[in-house]
Design a binder for this molecule. Sequence first.
Ligand code: GCW
Length: 681
Amino acid sequence: GDDGYRLWQRYDKVQDAEKLKNYQQSVSELVIEGNSPTLSVAQKELTVGLTGLLGKAVPVSQRLTQQSAVVAGTPANSALIASLNLAERLNSLGDEGYLILTANTNGKKSTVIAANTDIGVLYGSFHFLRLLQTQQSISNLSIASAPKIKHRVLNHWDNLDRTVERGYAGFSLWDWHKLPDYIDQRYIDYARANASIGINGTVLTNVNANALVLTKEYLVKVAALADAFRPYGLRVYLTARFSAPIELGGLKTADPLDPQVQAWWKDKTEEIYSYVPDFGGFLVKANSEGQPGPQNYGRNHADGANMLADAVAPRGGIVMWRAFVYDDKEPDDRAKQAYNEFKPLDGTFRKNVLVQVKNGAIDFQPREPFHPLFGAMPQTPIMMEFQITQEYLGQGTHLAYLSPLFKEVLTSDTYAKGKGSTVAKVIDGTLDNHTLTGIAGVSNIGNDRNWTGHQFGQANWYSFGRLAWDHTLSSEAIADEWLKMTFTNNNQFVAPVKNMMLGSHEALVNYMTPLGLHHIMGWSHHYGPGPWIKDKHRADWTSVYYHRADEEGIGFDRTATGSNAIAQYFPPVQKQFRVIKKCPEKYLLWFHHVKWNRKMDSGRILWDELCHRYSGGVDSVRQMQQTWNTVQGLIDQERFDQVQSFLKIQEKEAKWWRDACLLYFQTFSKRPIPQDLEKPA
Ligand code: GCW
């Protein structure tokens, strides 16, 4: 059956007869001079891919023998490529960029995939395959591409017992029990998939870290994974449990200023590099949600990060230090804590430290305004952390295409250096001239047959990678290519399903947390609705803390009359959000406590508008179901059925959200559900 295992890397024969003929004529042989592990996987991918797509064998050759060859390589390892004098064009493309050109090689017309490095050749090869998979013309190519961000990393919240924190697609891919001796084909296919979208790093372990992964027993297993991934340009990172010197090293302290502690980490790091010579470095969650950290010893985040940074620096490693920190010390507004702790540390981090900031200040909500730390620490490379796994967005069963969420954040303007200081420019280093740049996505991958649980979860992995490479791509373009590669080029399928995807995130926001509501999910598991949650031992773990509904109105006042979290933004941004009248409605209840009878843009009062949003969300899901039903028969039955079943679950749960939230909030508003809307069941 077609279970989705092949992701977007399906190389089935091109259906359009004319295009097929053209491709067959344009690709006669594959010429790859030189050899290396990376070139050999590029060759394999091109051979398998082209053979499948063209429906004919494509001979591989070390030298050019025919017209219409595909020639791939670097000037250093290929005389043919060197003869094209591409130095100038390649110069600006760095270590990972590539060219795809229609060129004249030794008097023969060829398609050339050229790069400075073998990994660039591999990335270019995947791009070339994508052109055929999406049935674009390959007759007159002149493509240059290079990533805008240097470290494009997946974060796996995978535990050593193979459970995955916030994972909804089965168990961890890493089969520690059979490693290092058994290399599951899944590891290779995982690396292929990542390379195909330019992801070049993977943090194997949960940020709620287990120090055991730093022991020899595990390091040999980590090394086996790193060996499997290396040809694909995928570097391995680990999470570092801050108290490891105590737990593993038997020291009395983990104080980062203690010379013994520093020495322990240096030795440990050297040991890691002895197994994994290109080890990427550490990702650290410290002093957050009960994790140990430098503050346990009266030190700050920079002290902790710098100690680890010094340990990995001699080997070129980096430290990704997370800014997702909160505790009960900031009872008036948890949203303010990260900024308050980190902003004063700007300029005190080592050169090889990135501070990794979640897209919003609370926690991966269906919608949040951008985190005020973006733009606020110009001397520090700030790395983005998105969540691909749908912890707060319906988890394994709701279809929500997340590229629009990612784009909304990336295109937000921080005004840090005046208009046009977008979050994307902070992240890609152009705003403050950083060359060390990074973006992380919390993985939604597990050992389910289709990797992500929901077939459409694959689109979120895919779009994270594509945007990490080039954040200027549109959600529409990404959905278009993903659908064509994953399902079919048939426009009767692509056009309506693309529309469905593009509206899906907004639909979810509407039936879960419209108008800036947030964190009203069920306690701890974060799945269904739970706006009534209170009486937990910490205020900021309740829902009532976030929505603050009362007889007068609803919403969290984060202006000067409330927590004043708004003051963490640059003045022009504050101005956008400060007064109710001007604040975009999508963020209204994030920043303001608003009266139930306040007139909204639609002319309705707030209560009625809230009812309309919740109902509209349910309607949108029904619309998605209808759309999906029309494409039956255009794709394989197996994936069609699964998506159809999940949409039924989504509809049921959208109603659950709508009814639960409206009935609950109605106990405060004491107003009727508008006549024209379906009544809560
Ligand atoms: O989103 C929250 C999750 C925790 C997670 C934490 C974090 C890994 O509910 O499960 O822990 O954020 O990002 O550290």
